[in-house]
Design a protein around this ligand. Structure first.
Ligand code: ATP
Ligand code: MG
Length: 391
């Protein structure tokens, strides 16, 4: 008996004339993600992608890899039968009982995509129900609230029999929405922000700001580890590591302490925008959330935004910390994020940061330094680290 995965495409089905662009991107990504798990025949028809192992594979490992691929809403593990009720009977009796262990009730849903098949869907469902009962006589049919739903789909080349579908990663295939530059700190929020934009099909590059020797080599390693964890969803990532040490020292020497964080954030944005432009990124991405800290009040965010002209995406903006943590646990970045290393934002923090800054006052402070020259100097210090996609 042959088992395969049926991956149902999500939103990309709605893309009309463009849908083959999205489907091809998804298939390319699937091929890439599965290449170390064996050999597969990947085909698609009627908004479903068929992933058929051509050698023995570890089904659980393949399932786990598939569940991180954006663009797939549900994943079904199914057995393949020939397009006859005899074959459907044989496969149902052999394949389905394992999914009914410890369960009491079931129903069968049938779909006949191939209208040439002689039986209609209700008849296929009724007969298949009989096959299930003959293999597992203690089971009862319950069409309203079954413990298990057995599905039979008669499609172009074969019939597929499954018992239960699993949630896929959702979203859009990575790379179908262009590229964005993620400002990646060692915190909880920014890896989540990167994941959320990757989910919408955005390819991610990242910039991390360090402040060596005030921040340590291990703090940087932690951020690169976070980047690696995000690549399990987003694909490979180029991380630009930029030193803010000189800028921070100049701020401390010359500017009003209350404005340190805001001024530093404006430098970060300006540097990030330059890196973004050099690397074909169309937007900046941050993990900010309204009101979370002093630099994330509406007024402070306006001051930060004013440093750049590129769109800034903040996917966590309306989320509570608890909600962000939930996502970070789901994508496995939480445990790394909470490792206690300093961030450049946490060295030289003002005692009384301005929460309702006025842009004119910020600019007055900013003009005390040669902003452009410091930005250029920081850019010249940038080091690039390529993080291959973890599959
Ligand atoms: P957490 O509250 O979990 O520490 P955070 O690091 O996201 O999250 P902030 O320090 O307030 O919180 O930073 C807000 C945003 O600014 C971050 O989400 C990130 O996008 C960006 N950022 C902060 N520090 C850095 C850094 N050192 N390098 C790159 N981006 C940074
Ligand atoms: Mg932080």
């Amino acid at each position: 008996m042959k088992e395969i995965f049926l991956c149902k495409c999500g939103e990309i089905v709605l893309k009309g004339a463009n849908h083959s662009f999205f489907e091809n991107a998804l298939i390319k990504e699937l091929k890439f993600r599965l290449r170390s798990y064996g050999s597969f025949k990947i085909t698609h028809a009627q908004s479903t992608i068929y992933v058929e192992p051509t050698v023995d594979v570890d089904f659980d490992a393949v399932f786990s890899a598939l569940s991180r691929v954006f663009g797939i809403v549900t994943i079904e593990r199914a057995a393949v039968a020939e397009k006859s009720m005899e074959s459907i009977a044989e496969v149902t009796k052999e394949y389905i009982p394992r999914f009914l262990e410890g369960k009491k009730t079931f129903k069968v849903e049938a779909k006949r995509a191939d209208k040439r098949f002689p039986l209609k869907s209700p008849e296929i469902a009724a007969q298949t129900g009989g096959f299930v009962l003959s293999a597992c006589p203690r089971m009862r049919v319950n069409v309203k609230e079954p413990d298990v739903t057995v599905k039979v789909e008669v499609r172009e080349y074969a019939a597929y029999i499954s018992a239960g579908s699993f949630k896929g990663a959702g979203g859009m295939p990575v790379g179908t929405s262009g590229k964005g530059l993620l400002l990646l700190s060692g915190g909880i929020d920014s890896p989540v922000a990167g994941y959320m934009m990757a989910k919408r099909g955005v390819k991610i590059d990242a910039v991390h700001f360090e402040s060596f020797p005030y921040t340590s080599e291990r703090a940087k390693e932690k951020v690169l580890e976070l980047a690696r964890l995000v690549t399990r969803y987003s694909g490979s990532m180029l991380v630009h590591v930029v030193s803010l040490t000189h800028i921070q020292e100049e701020l401390v020497k010359n500017c009003d302490e209350d404005y340190f964080t805001l001024l530093l954030r404006r430098y970060m944005m300006a540097i990030a925008e330059k890196i973004a432009k050099q690397n074909d990124c169309l937007a900046l991405i941050t993990g900010e959330s309204v009101g979370q800290v002093a630099s994330q009040t509406m007024q402070a965010i306006a001051v930060t935004d004013n440093a750049v002209s590129m769109p800034v995406f903040r996917p966590c903006i309306g989320m509570d910390k608890e909600e962000i943590i939930q996502v970070s646990r789901k994508i496995d970045t939480f445990e790394t994020s909470i490792l206690p290393f300093e961030d450049c934002c946490t060295v030289f923090t003002p005692k009384h940061p301005r929460t309702k800054p006025e842009i004119e006052k910020v600019l007055t402070e900013e003009r005390k330094l040669d902003f452009d020259a410091l930005v250029e100097e920081a850019l010249a210090s940038a080091e690039q680290v390529y993080i291959p996609a973890e599959v």
